[in-house]
Design a protein around this ligand. Structure first.
Ligand SMILES: NC(=O)c1ccc[n+]([C@@H]2O[C@H](COP(=O)([O-])OP(=O)(O)OC[C@H]3O[C@@H](n4cnc5c(N)ncnc54)[C@H](OP(=O)(O)O)[C@@H]3O)[C@@H](O)[C@H]2O)c1
Length: 282
């Protein structure tokens, strides 16, 4: 297949692009190529490549910054997705975009399925949800994979942040009242590759299995690096005080994506152990 990836040098793109290149013709664009919400440069690039699918990763992903720069968040995450969908339509390609667990309000206490109604709390979550809708604005094949709490080898993430903090502070406080689905970019990449092979349609949830609070996730990271997990102490969202509201519970049920892609996702604990043990940390 011929695959065109936006945001290809970001955290997820750094795992996804090399995997796709093993069995597909792949090209892509990063922020240095142009603004994703501007079609004038993107349309000819996409048409010239003639992709079967565009995989759309480019986004404003800094959740708290989106609260401050609201217009920019909607411009990139909603309008950017509409431009990518238009590019796909023009090239008769399908478009698969990546979205987020933050489209949910967290009032449920069991994993969110793809049919559950969304109710985003933050500008980031709302702009990503409008981006999902924008992908279906044209009469072309479209799919959305919602994921969550990503970490991997391609950039800074919660794993590297916790490691850095444990190297410089005796104790650190991490919130224990937000529960979600920590997900390894290398596993999500395999799932996305499996989906594009099988003509995906509509909404999917792509996550490692199980559930954890940020506190539990941080303690597991500490264990993997050989630190005493008791150096991580629980705190509350209120005490931590961040600009963007976050859902207290946003665990995703990934069964539809696993069935369609025929890729089995491992547990978040196995995934984080694998990542930390197989990465060079010097
Ligand atoms: N990270 C997570 O935990 C998470 C969870 C759920 C869903 N997602 C979604 O997964 C996708 C990939 O996320 P990621 O973690 O790989 O994010 P990332 O590392 O921030 O990559 C996104 C890329 O898009 C670029 N970008 C930002 N604004 C742009 C613009 N106007 N035009 C063109 N490119 C622009 C970014 O450039 P700069 O770095 O220069 O801004 C970055 O290279 C995103 O759609 C995100 O919403 C992420």
């Amino acid at each position: 297949m011929r695959l065109f990836v936006t945001g290809w040098d970001g955290l997820l793109g750094s795992s996804l692009v090399p995997l796709l290149q093993e069995s597909h013709e792949v090209t892509g664009v990063g922020i240095q190529d142009g603004d994703i919400a501007d079609g004038t440069w993107l349309f000819p690039r996409v048409s010239a490549f003639r992709p079967d699918w565009i995989i759309h990763l480019a986004a404003m992903t800094a959740v708290d910054a989106c609260e401050e720069a609201k217009d920019e968040a909607y411009r990139v995450n909603e309008e950017g997705s509409a431009i990518v969908a238009e590019a796909a339509f023009g090239a008769r390609a399908g478009v698969l975009g990546i979205s987020t667990d933050y489209v949910f309000d967290g009032k449920k206490q069991t994993p969110y399925g793809v049919e559950d109604p969304v109710n985003p709390l933050s500008v980031y979550g709302h702009s990503k949800w409008l981006g999902e809708e924008a992908l279906g604005r044209y009469d072309s094949r479209w799919a959305v994979v919602r994921s969550a709490w990503l970490y991997g080898p391609g950039g800074r993430s919660f794993v590297s942040t916790i490691r850095n903090l444990l190297n410089t502070r005796e104790t650190i406080k991490v919130v224990d009242d937000q529960v979600g689905s920590p997900t390894y970019t290398e596993d999500l990449a395999r799932l996305i590759e499996g989906l594009v092979r099988r003509e995906p349609e509509g909404i999917y949830h792509g996550v490692n299995r199980g559930a954890a609070s940020w506190f539990e996730f941080a303690q597991e990271i500490a264990r993997c690096f050989g630190f005493d997990p008791n150096r991580i102490q629980p705190t509350s969202t209120e005490e931590f005080g961040r600009p963007a509201p976050r859902p207290p519970y946003s665990v995703l049920d990934g069964s539809r994506a696993e069935n369609v892609s025929r890729v089995t996702m491992r547990s978040w604990k196995d995934a984080v152990h694998h990542f930390i043990e197989n990465q060079s940390w010097d």
